[in-house]
Design a protein around this ligand. Structure first.
Ligand code: NAD
Length: 353
């Protein structure tokens, strides 16, 4: 018999194509009169177009969102929030922009509407990671959970092929770790396997044609489900390792997840054989680790941490860091195995159980 605790997070999700047209109604529904639209500098045009649709309810645009939510950017944004009497934020972008919205919500407890344009899944979680003096600190708070999420497939059509692939693999990583989480439960299993299935079908098609609307829709649907997994289940070796590597060597987020995932899965499979067997079946592969490695290849992702800029000398440093702060993992952390995992990920070799 399986015992479990299921704890769902509240969410209002609007999904489809052209759904961003419902934004003014959502702004009104939440009673916002001065909504600030957030974006990265790369997506400022999109943010300005959105602000225009809000008319008098817009408090303009703040387009300085940055990867890993640096504190100085948040403090600058908080000044704008105060100056313009902002009473709600709208994030249009990936995890970096959602991160800024969450950082503002954490401080000012303002409602958030998030329109994701990548597959990172942050919009479904109470997790916020912030960086100060090069150190990323993560915490959980219900305050940062968005009030409304508008998934509009149209917003993802411009995501370049390369970023689509690694962003989708990042999403799959959430679902994979939810399946062997300490607090895994049957509802989460259903979402995780459905999410992996949708993304693994869609990502190679997007790699071949970024304008494949059906594949884009499947990918965004899968990313939503995987985001729920990230928000509801505790993450283990894979996410901790990516966090450590990203912070220590300033590696790009989604790309690092893509490289590490097959190796973390290979390490954990002996202790999570049933769950990883289900992933292998969904991927149509002999093993989950090999299936994920092959999928990363099919989306054209870089295979090794060395290709992302990590020096070889970093293998031992990363091993030390990974062993320094123990946490729950289905398989206990063994130094030799962890070093081997990191070394293989660094070189871009296939995973070995
Ligand atoms: P990102 O938000 O940094 O976006 C990468 C780049 O792609 C940016 O320049 C962005 O403007 C651009 N971009 C995004 N969508 C686009 C589109 N549709 N068309 C064209 N360009 C587009 O990347 P990400 O991988 O989504 O987010 C990574 C960040 O999110 C990291 O800091 C990570 O830690 C965080 N994150 C947090 C959580 C959480 O639960 N707190 C979950 C996942 C990721």
């Amino acid at each position: 018999m399986r015992s479990f605790i299921y704890h769902g997070l509240p969410a209002r999700v609007i999904f489809g194509s052209g759904t961003l047209a419902q934004l003014p109604a959502e702004v009104e529904r939440l009673g916002l009169t001065r909504a600030l639209v957030l974006a990265t500098p790369q997506q400022v045009g999109q943010a300005e177009a959105i602000a225009r649709t809000l008319g008098a309810r817009s408090a303009g645009v703040y387009a300085k969102a940055t990867m890993h939510t640096p504190l100085d950017v948040t403090e600058d944004a908080m000044r704008v929030v105060a100056e313009r009497s902002v009473d709600g934020v709208i994030a249009v972008g990936g995890g970096s922009t959602t991160g800024l919205a969450k950082a503002i919500a954490l401080r000012a407890d303002l409602p958030q509407i998030v329109a994701p344009t990548t597959y990172a899944g942050s919009e479904m979680t109470t997790i916020i990671g912030e960086t100060k003096d090069g150190r990323k600190v993560t915490q959980k708070s219900l305050k940062v959970l968005p009030e409304t999420v508008i998934y509009d497939v149209d917003l993802t059509m411009t995501l370049p092929a390369g970023l689509s692939g690694v962003s989708g693999m990042n999403a799959i990583a959430h679902a994979v770790e939810a399946l062997y989480a300490q607090d895994a439960n049957p509802i989460m299993d259903l979402m995780a396997l459905e999410g992996i299935s949708a993304l693994s079908r869609a990502l190679p098609r997007i790699a071949a044609d970024t304008l494949d609307r059906e594949a884009r829709s499947d990918a965004l649907y899968g990313a939503w489900l995987c985001g729920i997994c990230l928000g509801a289940a505790g993450m283990a070796l894979h996410h901790k390792l990516c966090h450590t590597l990203g912070g220590a060597f300033d590696l790009p987020h989604a790309e690092t997840h893509t490289v590490v995932l097959p190796h973390a899965v290979a390490y954990n499979t002996p202790a999570a054989a049933l769950a990883m067997g289900k992933v292998a079946a969904v991927l149509g592969a002999g093993s989950a680790a090999q299936g994920l490695y092959d999928l990363a290849g099919r989306v054209g992702a870089k295979r090794g941490l060395r290709d992302l800029g990590m020096p070889e000398s970093g293998i031992d440093t990363a091993t030390d860091l990974a062993m320094a702060n123990p946490y729950w993992n289905p398989r206990p952390l063994e130094r030799a195995g962890i070093r081997d995992l990191i070394a293989r990920a660094w070189a871009g070799e296939p995973p070995v159980a």
